[in-house]
Structures are given as structure tokens and as C-alpha cells.
Design a protein around this ligand. Sequence first.
Ligand code: HEM
Length: 153
Amino acid sequence: MRKVFAGLAALLMLVIVLQFFLAASGAFDSAPNEEAFRPHRALGYMSVLLALVLTVVAAAIRLPGRIVGRCGALVGLAILQPVIAVIARGLGDSDTSTTAGQLVFGLHAVNGLMIMAVNRTVLQEARVLAGPASATGAGAGDGAPRPGSAPAS
Ligand code: HEM
């Protein structure tokens, strides 16, 4: 199951990179926002679901609390993305944005970087825990090897 967890964390990293790709291609699209950002929006909500599954799996296979905690933080940060979009839209009116709305929406991209950074640490630890050492039962619980730590003798 640790390999499944590492696979899910890698999948989430792919989704995050795709989100940046779709945001840029949406920004270049001359279609109305509603249409231009549809793929980005859809995958954005999928990323919330994927972060949730990651957290449930991490807890179910009893990974160290710090990893379960970071997965939970990923769920919170992913939910924050549409919240930021809704608040930014709320600060403008139907077809014009305000400076306040633009400043708030800028946080959407910064939060996207945060999601990537947190998931990178989860993926790093997941790969160590899924590695050969973990097959022998070494690394169960909070004594789990950390990235860069000396292999269990
Ligand atoms: C991990 C990265 C990201 C996630 C999970 C994410 C998620 C989302 C979600 C869920 C929505 C839909 C909000 C709604 O319901 O209206 C959305 C909209 C949007 N996102 Fe992202 N996003 C990410 C990164 C980015 C980045 C890096 C940019 C641009 C630099 C960006 C630009 C936008 C734009 C322009 C919209 C549409 C706003 C509108 O409807 O007018 N996103 N994003």
C-alpha cells in the first residue's frame, strides 16, 4: 500500500503541473473565461478529491503523523483555490474586476506554488517509505526513515 500512496502523491504532482499548464493556456485563450478555464477549473476540483484520497490512504496505512498532517494541509490548500477565486470575483462586479480582486486572485497562483511545495515533501517521504527498506517492516510509525537519513542498518 505504501507504493500505492507514493503513486497517488506522484499523480497529484502531475495534476498540479497540469494546473499550471491549463492556467497558462486558458490565459492565452481568447474564449470567455468561463470556457477558457473550464479544463483548469475541472481539474482543480479533482485535485481537492485526490488530496482527500491521499489523506485517507495515509491515515489508513498508518503513515507517520507528519505525513498525514501534510496531506490534510494539501486538502485545505486545494479547497482554498476556489475560495480565493470566489472572493476575488466577489470584490468585482459581473464583468469588471477591481484592483482588490486582482490582488486577492494573485494569491491563487502563490497558493498553487504552496500546494506544489507541500506535495513535493509528501512525495519525497512517500518514495522513501515505499522503498526496499520499508518492505522489511523497518520504518513503521514515527521512526520512519526521513529523506537523506542514513539507511536502517
Ligand atoms: C495547484 C494549482 C491550482 C489549483 C489546484 C487551481 C484550482 C482552481 C479552481 C478549483 C478553480 C475554479 C474556481 C471557481 O470555481 O471559479 C480555478 C480557477 C482559476 N484558476 Fe486556478 N488553480 C491552480 C493554479 C492556478 C494558477 C497557477 C493560475 C494562474 C497563474 C490559475 C488561474 C486560475 C484562473 C484564471 C481561474 C478562473 C477564474 C475565473 O473563473 O474567472 N490557477 N483554479
